[in-house]
Ligand binder design. Structure first.
Ligand code: FCB
Length: 463
């Protein structure tokens, strides 16, 4: 790309990973052997839909990998479906491994580094029926599956994400009841969270033994909780409780093995946690404002809502992704860095927007990336950005009702139509930078917020 003399530019470090993130259940189609299939079959998706063929990746993921290649992405995050690899306890399906080998080989041929998640919300039915992660003795099944997959695929992948968002899996499945198994039990949610973190640690050591040079971590969903009225102590307390419980209790358990007080009185520590990761995976989408509400003890006495009048994601049926709040990504990166004393590099393993018309996504991507750039300028070692997601896929609560893709999908015909955001993302990846030219072309209204952030330090390019 020709750069005009003197134009402002936010350049990312050499080797920065650019790509998209996805998950097996949401993309592959034909996944009928997991607890999520039973959940969708029993009418729990708000639209009443089931994932069906999803994006048909089980047949032809390669078609979308070609689109990622056109965007000059150098990384792609996908997940392995445990319920395909081990459809019954202790029985391994080599055809499933063959299919994953073909996908990973195709990515590598396109110079796209695969980042592989080993657990992204779905459990095989047999595992769920034995009590899943609510039972500590079941962790060994997960570790055995992880070892099997790594033995089979380590020649094609050296970057493993053990578990996606333990906090979402535990809180939505066991406390808020909107994910399977649909429970409302704070103590069980905490037990599941503790067991997931223990499962991560054991998987970490299993993978390290098999493939010592690989990078291994997990990713958490970080959501900001700000007091609705900062001057009201009760709002501040409710926001801070939600923040501690949802974001930092999990991170602390992953870092040092113990939950913060008073949770540490109720739950066993995570054994051998210290040092059990090579990176921090950060998934960030939105923030909530929190108003004290005595009627909501299970939600830490807080009622959550999106800041009125702020830019928003499409509400969809669940209205789960409210405000589009770019500074939140910077705040999260900085908190993770500070709370972990900068011990490991960070990857943004998910960040995205539900925006069917694609009229907010271009500026949202640019403004979030400007925040990533700010974090990097301040010395926070962020090594990659994976956008959620490549192609519209099947959302957990809302089916096809919300659209996160850079590429639009007609799920009935499987026709792909790249959105404007896809062209823009391609230009950013190609340049390894945000340039004034890109901003002018795709989101001129965001020019000042993007380069304003960098004003003092922005490097002026002279060519
Ligand atoms: C995250 C999930 C991911 C996707 C996005 C929108 O919490 O990890 O699978 O559903 O939200």
């Amino acid at each position: 790309m020709a750069l005009q003399r003197g134009q402002r530019i936010l350049r990312f470090p050499d080797g920065f990973l650019w790509g998209t993130a996805s998950s097996s259940f949401q993309c592959e189609g034909g996944n009928t052997n997991s607890q999520w299939h039973r959940w969708e079959e029993s009418g729990h998706i708000l639209t009443g839909e089931t994932s069906g063929d999803a994006c048909n990746w089980w047949q032809e993921a390669e078609r979308d990998f070609a689109l990622a290649e056109q965007m000059e992405n150098n990384a792609l995050r996908l997940s392995i479906e445990w319920s395909r690899v081990e459809p019954a306890e202790g029985s391994w399906e080599s055809a499933a491994i063959d299919r994953y080998r073909a996908m990973l080989t195709d990515l590598r041929r396109r110079h796209i580094k695969p980042l592989v998640t080993l657990h992204h919300f779905t459990d095989p039915l047999w595992f769920a029926d034995r009590g899943g992660f609510a039972k500590v003795e079941n962790i060994r099944y997960f570790v055995r599956y992880v070892s099997y997959v790594v033995e089979q695929l380590q020649d094609l992948c050296d970057f493993w994400i053990t578990i996606n968002e333990p906090n979402i899996y535990a809180v939505l499945g066991y406390l808020l009841g909107s994910y399977p198994p649909g429970e409302h039990d704070l103590l069980r949610a905490m037990r599941v969270l503790r067991n997931l973190m223990q499962a991560h640690v054991e998987a970490f050591y299993a993978i390290s033994r098999l493939q010592p040079q690989s990078q291994i971590g997990y990713c958490l969903h970080y959501r900001l909780f700000d007091p609705a009225s900062p001057l009201l102590p009760l709002d501040r307390a409710a926001a801070s409780l939600q923040d501690t419980f949802f974001n930092w209790a999990t991170m602390q358990a992953g870092e040092i093995g113990t939950f913060p007080f008073p949770l540490n009185l109720l739950f066993a520590p995570v054994k051998h946690a210290a040092g059990a990761r090579d990176f921090h995976g950060v998934n960030y989408y939105t923030r909530d404002m929190v108003r004290f509400d005595a009627a909501r003890p299970a939600e830490m006495f807080g009622r959550r809502f999106a800041l009125p009048g702020a830019p928003r994601n499409d509400p969809g049926l669940a209205d789960n992704f409210g405000e589009i709040y770019p500074p939140g990504l910077y705040r999260v990166l900085k908190s993770v860095y500070q709370r972990t004393r900068g011990n490991k590099p960070l990857y943004i393993t998910e960040n995205g927007f539900s925006d069917t018309l694609d009229d907010r996504r271009p500026s949202a991507i640019l403004e979030h990336l400007a925040m990533v750039h700010r974090a990097i300028r301040e010395g926070i070692p962020v090594r990659g950005y994976l956008h959620w997601t490549l192609v519209d896929n099947f959302e957990w609560l809302e089916g096809w009702n919300v659209r996160f893709g850079l590429i639009e999908l007609d799920q009935y015909t499987q026709k792909r139509t790249p959105r404007i955001s896809a062209s823009m993302f391609g230009e950013i990846c190609r340049a390894n930078a945000i340039t004034e030219t890109i901003v002018t072309r795709y989101a001129p209204e965001a020019m000042e917020s993007i380069f304003g952030v960098a004003q003092q330090e922005s490097s002026r390019l002279s060519v």
